[in-house]
Design a binder for this molecule. Structure first.
Ligand SMILES: [Zn+2]
Length: 274
């Protein structure tokens, strides 16, 4: 059983499991090309990609904070379970004081919406400035392939439903006291993780720096077609794996099972259960 809860400083942090997203193997790419990808997949030996989808609840002296919001009801029966996980943890939507969004993709932000109403009636929404600015400007649409344009509609809905209670945070800035936005660009324009600093230990929730944590930790050159800019995403992935290993941070993310620590192994890394 991989650890699903941890304590960092004044915060008790729980994983809210939203579901599992399945996709064919051809969503994977490799920086060294197709042959390298096929060899890596043959070693891996799995017939398809199963990606867990998580968000996180923090209980602390400043109330309830969520990191990301899950898919909501629109991605089918295998997903959208974060609200039930939240209820099981004793948290009502109205209790949530703020939600820190790692990036404006559907599996992280659609859970903010309840049809044409906000799902969280009292929450402030905190978004990486670069993502909010980029996807909030229709003039940028032409810079993004058509299949990756969903974040524009999400940003427009967010602006409409949460008008007056959205705050954007610059790269490296504090989303909250002791919660720093670590920029991890590439997956989206302004994608980032949140580093929650405690006195003895810190936790990095790295959003989508990795989608298949075991496969991509052992070979960080493996990417996903969902990355907006594969080369930048790869540089972010390598950089954050090395930094997390060096700092011995506790880590998790939108698509990581449980809380882990990053350990260097061979030419790559291993995510060891905490
Ligand atoms: Zn994601």
């Amino acid at each position: 059983m991989i650890q699903q809860r941890c304590r960092i400083g004044a915060y008790e942090i729980s994983i809210l499991h939203d579901g599992v997203f399945e996709a064919p193997l051809d969503v994977l790419i490799h920086a060294d090309g197709e042959t390298a990808r096929d060899e890596a997949l043959a070693r891996w030996g799995k017939p398809k990609v199963s990606v867990v989808v998580n968000c996180f609840a923090l209980k602390g002296p400043d109330g309830i904070t969520l990191i990301d919001a899950g898919t909501g009801p629109s991605w089918g029966a295998a997903m959208g379970h974060a609200p039930a996980a939240m209820a099981a943890a004793g948290i009502a939507a109205g209790d949530v004081a703020r939600i820190l969004i790692t990036h404006l993709h559907g599996d992280h932000a659609l859970g903010l919406f309840d049809g044409d109403k906000p799902f969280f009636p009292n929450a402030e929404i905190i978004v990486p400035e670069a993502d909010f600015g980029f996807y909030g400007d229709e003039a940028n649409r032409a810079r993004v392939p058509e299949k990756k344009q969903g974040a524009f509609a999400i940003t427009a809905t967010l602006k409409k439903l949460y008008a007056g209670r959205i705050r954007s945070v610059p790269a490296g800035g504090e989303a909250r006291p002791g919660m720093t936005l670590i920029p991890l660009p590439g997956h989206t324009f302004g994608h980032g993780g949140y580093l929650i600093q405690g006195e003895d230990d810190s936790l990095l929730l790295w959003g989508d720096a990795l989608h298949l944590s075991d496969l991509q930790a052992s070979d960080p050159d493996i990417g996903f077609v969902y990355d907006l800019d594969a080369a930048t995403a790869l540089a972010s992935r390598r950089g954050i794996l090395e930094r997390a290993a060096h700092e011995n941070w506790l880590v998790s993310g939108g698509h990581v099972e449980g809380f882990r620590r990053v350990v260097r192994k061979g030419a790559g890394y291993e995510l060891q259960p905490a």
